[in-house]
Design a protein around this ligand. Structure first.
Ligand SMILES: Cc1cc2nc3c(=O)[nH]c(=O)nc-3n(C[C@H](O)[C@H](O)[C@H](O)COP(=O)(O)OP(=O)(O)OC[C@H]3O[C@@H](n4cnc5c(N)ncnc54)[C@H](O)[C@@H]3O)c2cc1C
Length: 414
């Protein structure tokens, strides 16, 4: 079977590895638009649901070398009052770790594994998909190089669109869909070199959008210098009608958002200082797409952001692409006709992930903070449990975990 994988991001590379792990005779080729791979992006959280997949692919040690092992999620108000500390990964009794990692480091781990297991001749950079056709016999993909030079068309038995939020494969089947949907929230992201805070492996979420804005702050690299500093990733979310380009590499300006957070100074974190010392500041709008009810069209299917672009909240953009890759490889292994495999993959994954796309819009895990800030009107609380019970906090968190599939029962069952 020849598999044409369009897009060498997180989903495409994990798919190549998953297919190689399950088939001796599969001929997988990854086609990536970028002229060369660069370690782009900032932080990504990998919770136990997708770390299970990466561990089973033999990548746990390589990830542990570059990532920070998260120990807990921390939810705090904009006053810095901690509402809830929830253990995660091994600390929560999962059999798999939770890694917080630089996307570039995760990508490098995946790419090195693909190059060593499949060989460099199975990875083709500077191949931008511009069209595809299919018939009874197979699928044909047309690519363009960045210099505009012609590339011979590529044929395969199936083609998997792992080409991200601006997917050309998706556009083939949904030509009138338009741009990703903007809901009036912008994100600025960056990294700061600083000493470890809280546990040194705390994935924190602070504040509520309806008041001012919210922050997510977590370390993604350990011991980056002789003083033991970490590289700490942060994301500032603010309600605004100003739209940044839907481009993961677009530069941001600290003056556009610092004032929302400048006076958030707690005994465990000085948010103003964190942001002021930020490097590589990027701006990205909170966009997704309305879920569609079909990803598979005969010999072609969609995977990752191409299938279900979601708010990059709750740590699930990368994770769900990784879970898709495993499910698709498994479905192809289970049938002699790859077209049936693509349908079975859609049947398994589409309802789950479409539900998560909507959940990320309405009730991400930091709803816990939103509820507390609403009930206190943004004022400090004296006794948390007069405001919200422990059961209610845990129910909000567990509901999201179940939707995303990183609750203990689901991870253990897999
Ligand atoms: C440069 C970059 C930086 C990112 N930074 C972050 C981040 O800091 N934090 C975060 O949470 N998420 C980030 N993301 C998004 C995140 O990687 C995805 O949401 C998630 O991992 C799902 O993976 P994916 O493989 O579906 O998409 P992606 O990882 O986005 O991969 C899609 C790949 O397809 C390639 N591609 C696009 N169009 C074509 C085409 N026509 N032909 C061939 N190849 C094509 C792209 O160049 C890219 O390599 C980033 C994505 C990119 C591309």
């Amino acid at each position: 079977m020849k598999v044409v994988v369009v897009g060498g991001g997180i989903g495409g590379l994990t798919l190549a590895l998953s297919l190689r792990a399950r088939f001796d005779d599969v001929d997988v080729h990854v086609y990536e638009a970028a002229p060369e791979f660069k370690p782009l992006g900032l932080g990504i959280n990998l919770m136990p649901h997708c770390v299970r997949v990466l561990t089973q692919l033999g990548l746990e040690d390589a990830l542990a070398e570059v990532a920070v092992e998260a120990q807990e999620f921390v939810f705090a108000t904009h006053n810095g009052q901690i509402i809830y500390r929830e253990p995660t990964g091994l600390y929560a009794g999962h059999p798999y770790r939770h890694f917080s990692v630089h996307r570039g480091d995760l990508h490098t781990v995946l790419l090195n594994a693909v190059l060593s297991r499949l060989g460099g001749d199975h990875v083709h950079t500077d191949h931008r998909l511009v069209g595809l056709t299919q018939d009874q016999a197979g699928v044909t993909a047309t690519f363009q190089a960045s210099a505009g030079s012609a590339i011979a068309p590529v044929e395969g038995d199936v083609l998997i669109g792992c080409d991200g939020v601006h997917s050309v494969v998706r556009k083939t089947f949904y030509p009138d869909e338009g741009a990703p949907v903007f809901h009036g929230i912008n994100m600025w992201r960056g990294v700061t070199r600083m000493p470890p805070f809280l546990s040194g492996g705390s994935a924190t979420r602070i504040g509520a959008l309806f008041l001012t804005g919210k922050l997510a702050v977590y370390p993604i690299r350990n011991a980056i210098d002789t003083e033991g500093n970490q590289l700490v990733n942060w994301i500032a979310e603010v309600n605004t009608e100003v739209r940044s380009p839907v481009d993961w590499s677009a530069a941001g300006d600290i003056d556009d958002f610092l004032h929302y957070f400048e006076d958030w100074k707690f005994d465990w974190l000085d948010c103003g200082e964190l942001l002021r010392k930020g490097e590589n500041v990027l701006s990205y709008p909170m966009v997704d797409r309305d879920p569609v009810d079909r990803w598979t069209f005969d010999r072609v299917t969609l995977l990752g952001d191409a299938a279900h672009p979601m708010y990059p909240r709750g740590g699930n953009g990368g994770a769900q692409a990784i879970l898709d890759a495993e499910a698709l490889a498994k479905a192809l292994e289970a049938t002699a006709d790859p077209r049936e495999g693509l349908v079975a993959y859609q049947v398994e994954r589409l309802p789950v992930v479409n539900n998560l796309v909507l959940t990320n819009r309405t009730t991400p895990p930091d709803t816990i903070i939103e509820v507390v800030e609403q009930r206190t009107n943004g004022e400090p609380f004296e006794n948390l449990h007069d405001i919200i019970s422990q059961e209610e906090i845990e129910e909000i968190s567990h509901r999201y975990q179940r939707a995303a599939g990183y609750d203990k029962e689901t991870v253990a069952r897999k």
